[in-house]
Design a protein around this ligand. Structure first.
Ligand SMILES: *[C@@H]1O[C@H](CO)[C@@H](O)[C@H](O)[C@H]1NC(C)=O
Ligand SMILES: *[C@@H]1O[C@H](CO)[C@@H](O)[C@H](O)[C@H]1NC(C)=O
Ligand SMILES: *[C@@H]1O[C@H](CO)[C@@H](O)[C@H](O)[C@H]1NC(C)=O
Ligand SMILES: *[C@@H]1O[C@H](CO)[C@@H](O)[C@H](O)[C@H]1NC(C)=O
Ligand SMILES: *[C@@H]1O[C@H](CO)[C@@H](O)[C@H](O)[C@H]1NC(C)=O
Ligand SMILES: *[C@@H]1O[C@H](CO)[C@@H](O)[C@H](O)[C@H]1NC(C)=O
Ligand SMILES: *[C@@H]1O[C@H](CO)[C@@H](O)[C@H](O)[C@H]1NC(C)=O
Length: 476
């Protein structure tokens, strides 16, 4: 009986996958955090075993990928390859599929495109891109679609965070050199998503995870958002994928991807549509040769000839979704990513209660807050729709009872599905003596095992859970 249910489930997902070129109508997703961007706090014992010094320090210790690669230059690649192979496996894919997960967000560092790393002054492991190719293929086989999330940006986008790969107060992302490197990364990932069949389940690329919230401290970020969309669309035009309202005015005369990028980059700009601005053509010029190296590393000849194979899911040649943190992520006159859109675009908001600043630290305050959340409506009023909640979890600032966690899971899912859906942080975390009960509130797979999260992600324990907490308009 269980086998039959599993078979029927996988058949339904498989048939859905054959038509994927856009997000599922509701996203029920998880993040693959700490896989290709490692955050030591999520695996405290493994981090010590690997050779890290502590999972809770920042600078002056081995706390992140950068300091680890600096400390172990000769063994870092091998040690990380073991982590990548064991942290996210085919067994996890099977569990996520059985739990009805239809999408994953994959946090990535800029260093996964290895030629972008300045090896004389920057330290990161190599070889992650092959693991990414392995993982997206496994997810594709399970009918699960993917968001490639540029989570850790060149130069570091936020101070003192392990999730940037380099825990430092020296934030250099918001500069021309690093914006340029982020666009090269974008061009490479766009090409891979369309040309390497393993990446055929990628439907979106996210520009920047969690930029600094104060827009005063992110000069040039609005222009970068425009350049990001234009870079994705420029690559798609070169590959022959229709883009709304823009066409290439001349024939490329080659099916060599690298040569085509170089030819467009070298063309007289007055003959090209406006999206091929100098920032975009500079990114194409650098991405072209990098694709030769990446294709070799991935053993993926279809990347080199853009007429040879189209990834199966993209046989209809639809453009990718561009994806940004929503405008309300920032304050102090933030740029609105809606102004950058060309073709399909989605928006991402993250909501954690355990770090404070959202609601008073008690169960009732949490419930009033989440049951009356207005973020989907506030974003829609500014054109940032569809919105999904790309990070959230069950953690609380107080000791939560099991009874509360059932309500807390239901109420959050209910709030987030008023938008395009949700993506839990994280699919899993370490289970060890040192980690304690970390997995109880941070692991999706364990949340389902404990029963806080329903086995069917679209279901609720109690669909009336918010009824006593809605503010009555008359009393407001
Ligand atoms: C790489 O880093 C070194 C040391 O900071 C610097 O001198 C050099 O200009 C950098 N190379 C590039 C291409 O930026
Ligand atoms: C675009 O390129 C110009 C130099 O060509 C540079 O001054 C500017 O800062 C770049 N803009 C962004 C957002 O990278
Ligand atoms: C494709 O073009 C690049 C850049 O001109 C060149 O280095 C490469 O050899 C070409 N590949 C083939 C198969 O012709
Ligand atoms: C670019 O094209 C414009 C319009 O066709 C022409 O006037 C200009 O001379 C060209 N520039 C170069 C450098 O070829
Ligand atoms: C972890 O949480 C679960 C669910 O609330 C509970 O049953 C278990 O006893 C906890 N384990 C520890 C070690 O606290
Ligand atoms: C569901 O929640 C509502 C509101 O708290 C409550 O009145 C009702 O008893 C709950 N239903 C069940 C089956 O627990
Ligand atoms: C809103 O009104 C309902 C029905 O009268 C009540 O059960 C609920 O407690 C009220 N909510 C608040 C926040 O006052």
């Amino acid at each position: 009986m269980q086998h039959l249910v599993a078979l029927l489930t996988s058949f339904a997902l498989f048939t859905a996958a054959a038509a994927v070129a856009s997000p599922p109508s509701k996203i029920y997703g998880v993040n693959l955090g700490s896989w290709l961007v490692l955050e030591a706090w999520m695996l405290p014992q493994e981090w010590l075993d690997m050779g890290g010094t502590s999972s809770s320090c920042c600078a002056g210790c081995i706390s992140d990928e950068w300091s680890f690669a600096q400390a172990y230059p000769n063994t870092v690649d091998e040690i990380f390859d073991t982590h990548w192979s064991t942290w996210f496996t085919e067994d996890h894919v099977q569990q996520l599929q059985a739990d009805g997960i239809n999408a994953v967000r994959i946090p990535l560092g800029y260093w996964i495109v290895e030629p972008l790393v300045n090896r004389s002054s920057e330290y990161y492991p190599r070889g992650g891109i092959k693991q990414l190719q392995r993982g997206v293929q496994q997810l594709q086989d399970a009918g699960i679609v993917v968001i490639l999330d540029h989570h850790a940006l060149p130069g570091v986008q936020t101070a003192n965070q392990q999730f940037t790969g380099h825990c430092t107060s020296d934030v250099e992302f918001y500069t021309p050199y690093n914006y340029h490197r982020a666009l090269v990364w974008t061009a490479v990932m766009t090409a891979l998503s369309h040309l390497d069949p393993a990446f055929g389940n990628v439907f979106a690329i996210e520009a920047v995870n969690e930029p600094i919230m104060d827009a005063n401290q992110t000069p040039g970020y609005g222009e970068f958002q425009i350049n990001f969309v234009q870079t994705v669309r420029a690559v798609e035009l070169i590959l022959g994928i229709p883009v709304p309202d823009v066409t290439l005015p001349f024939s490329l005369g080659t099916s060599n991807t690298t040569a085509a990028f170089m030819k467009v980059a070298a063309a007289n700009s007055t003959s090209l549509p406006a999206i091929f601005n100098p920032n975009v053509t500079a990114a194409l010029a650098e991405a072209g040769p990098i694709l030769l190296q990446v294709a070799a590393e991935l053993a993926s000849p279809s990347v080199l000839d853009f007429t040879s194979t189209q990834a199966p899911v993209f046989s209809s040649k639809t453009p990718l979704w561009t994806n940004f943190m929503d405008v309300n992520w920032q304050y102090d006159n933030p740029p609105n990513p809606a102004n950058a859109a060309i073709g399909p675009q989605g928006y991402d908001n993250h909501l954690y209660y355990n770090y404070g600043g959202v609601a008073d630290p008690n169960p009732d305050a949490y419930m009033y807050s989440i049951c009356n959340l207005q973020r989907v409506q506030a974003d829609a009023a500014l054109g940032d729709t569809p919105l999904w909640f790309g990070e959230w979890g069950l953690p609380t600032q107080f000791d939560a009872t099991d009874e509360f966690l059932y309500m807390w899971a239901d109420a959050q899912k209910m709030a987030y599905t008023e938008g395009a859906g949700w993506i839990f942080w994280n699919f899993n975390v370490e289970k060890s003596t040192l980690a304690g009960n970390l997995s109880r509130q941070w692991s999706y797979l364990d949340g389902v095992n404990y029963g806080f999260l329903t086995k069917d992600p679209a279901a609720y324990h109690n669909a009336s859970v918010c009824d006593p907490y809605y503010y009555n308009t008359t009393s407001a």
